[in-house]
Design a protein around this ligand. Structure first.
Ligand code: CO
Length: 134
């Protein structure tokens, strides 16, 4: 499975407004999109830094995935997202190789992206997200 590159880094934060401002001030990041996704318990902001992108993730509650991450690990890098063509086939290939794929099927992620996650235990402790290239 050859990814095209890193689509974004996902970073868990306590305060979304503050994080967007920090990335703007320190790195010249520009707000690209911002969204509340109740079903995933997350409020997210995508910021552009030059050619790259960081996805800032704040939780809508302690029992959400990002809320649990924050209480266990504190703020910090949450996942790395790789852009791939033909996501469905890539998922099948990874599963065939015995990789612990969390999502057997692509689903609609933040900002309307088609995504699937790979378990950190298969990626040296880092949650990986595969994003279908538009
Ligand atoms: Co992401």
């Amino acid at each position: 499975v050859r990814a095209k590159g890193i689509h974004h880094l996902g970073v868990a934060v306590e305060d979304l407004d503050e994080a967007v401002e920090t990335y703007r001030r320190l790195f010249g990041a520009e707000l690209e999109q911002r969204d509340v996704v109740e079903s995933q318990g997350v409020e997210a902001a995508a910021v552009r830094v030059g050619e790259s992108r960081v996805e800032l993730l704040a939780s809508l509650g302690a029992e959400t995935p990002v809320g649990k991450f924050l209480s266990k690990r504190g703020p910090g890098v949450h996942h790395v997202a790789f852009e791939v063509s033909d996501l469905r086939q890539k998922l099948a290939e990874l599963a065939e190789q015995g990789v612990h794929v969390i999502d057997q099927e692509p689903h609609r992620g933040l900002f309307g992206l088609e995504v699937a996650f790979v378990h950190p235990e298969s990626v040296h402790g880092v949650l990986a997200e595969l994003v279908a290239s538009g």
